[in-house]
Design a protein around this ligand. Structure first.
Ligand SMILES: NC(=O)c1ccc[n+]([C@@H]2O[C@H](COP(=O)([O-])OP(=O)(O)OC[C@H]3O[C@@H](n4cnc5c(N)ncnc54)[C@H](OP(=O)(O)O)[C@@H]3O)[C@@H](O)[C@H]2O)c1
Length: 313
């Protein structure tokens, strides 16, 4: 099978497509034939060595296989697997905190608890990009900020992979949403039901009222600036894992960084919302596996819209 590997931390030039053996699943594991793999900022941060997810990695751990999420067809079941069956259409995000081989690969092994069976009628490229951004948005909106109907929410980076889902989950919860993006993405924010704020022309503090919740997927030039935008007792969730939350902590403001965990039932529910047309995940670019370096270069600009997905079919 084809697989993308890196032999050391570095630029996108380190990504190498190679032929390797198909792995076999152990107990509780599932071998998935990958049809499409989602890409995420964590992929290039793991590639260049800056992500906390590769802290402690030594030369002996290479080659590494990046890519944390995928959609595909169940090929083989390991011993004791009951949640999914052979030939099921599944999608999922690999567990963090373990350096398991990633999803830039024609076959990948998932723990069964990290996979959801997909509903009919959702594009496989959409499924591939749903699990990581979806889990993050779900944790941020429902588990950490606990957004309630009638609350006001400000979302920084509303046009990004996570941001678009955060806006929609907040709207689905009955909140009123303001979201920031550049000029080109204002239409998308409005389509998602947010009041759009163009950060290239407007200081959000001048047009957004005090809010109950800020969900910040940007951090630089937004996090500290947002603390004065919260009502008394407001909450802020900041996405980048290495964000310094001390300015909020020092002021006694409730602050969270999402740590995603397997939530196959919630992700199946989210895919159901996509199938019903109540939530949309924008896949702005689909690239073949051998253009993975191009996907990383685009992600590194910090200005991709929705998701970039690799097609392995
Ligand atoms: N803690 C976790 O578990 C977790 C999970 C997932 C992601 N993350 C982190 O969360 C961040 C976002 O992830 P993502 O996948 O959504 O990234 P992404 O899709 O690459 O987000 C890019 C978006 O950010 C917007 N943006 C850039 N600068 C902005 C600014 N100054 N103000 C407002 N919007 C701005 C861009 O919109 P414009 O092009 O319009 O500027 C673009 O649409 C990344 O740092 C990622 O590593 C953390």
């Amino acid at each position: 099978m084809r697989q993308v590997q890196i032999d050391r931390f570095g630029t996108a030039d380190e990504l190498q497509v190679r032929e390797v053996e198909v792995p076999q699943p152990g107990p509780g594991e599932v071998l998935v034939r990958v049809q499409a793999a989602g890409t995420n900022p964590i992929d290039y941060k793991m590639r260049d060595g800056s992500s906390g997810a590769v802290k402690g990695v030594t030369a002996d751990d290479f080659p590494l296989v990046l890519g944390r999420e995928a959609a595909g067809i169940v090929e083989t079941l390991g011993e004791g697997v009951t949640r999914v069956g052979v030939a099921d259409q599944v999608f999922g995000v690999l567990p963090f905190g373990r350096l398991v081989p990633g999803c830039y690969s024609e076959y990948v092994i998932f723990p069964e608890g990290s996979l959801s069976v997909a509903p009919a009628g959702v594009e496989v490229t959409t499924l591939a990009g749903l699990a990581l951004a979806g889990s993050t948005a779900w944790v941020a909106v429902h588990e950490q900020a606990k957004v309630q109907a009638g609350e006001k929410v400000l979302v920084h980076g509303g046009a990004g992979g996570v941001g678009q889902l955060v806006v929609q989950l907040c709207r689905d919860a009955g909140a009123e949403v303001w979201a920031t993006a550049s000029t080109a993405n204002q239409d998308r924010l409005r389509d998602l039901g947010a009041t759009a704020v163009d950060y290239t022309t407007t200081d959000f503090r001048e047009v957004v009222p005090l809010v109950d919740v800020v969900i910040d997927s940007v951090y630089f030039n937004t996090f500290v600036e947002s603390l004065d935008q919260l009502v008394e007792g407001g909450r802020i969730v900041v996405l980048p894992t290495l964000a310094d939350t001390s300015p909020a902590v020092e002021r006694g403001i409730e602050v969270h960084i999402p740590a995603i965990h397997p939530m196959p039932d919630e992700m199946a529910q989210l895919a159901g919302l996509v199938a019903d047309g109540r939530v949309s995940l924008e896949v702005s670019q689909v690239l073949p596996l051998d253009q993975v370096a191009e996907a990383h270069r685009r992600l590194e600009t910090g200005h991709t819209r929705g998701k970039i997905v690799l097609d392995l079919r």
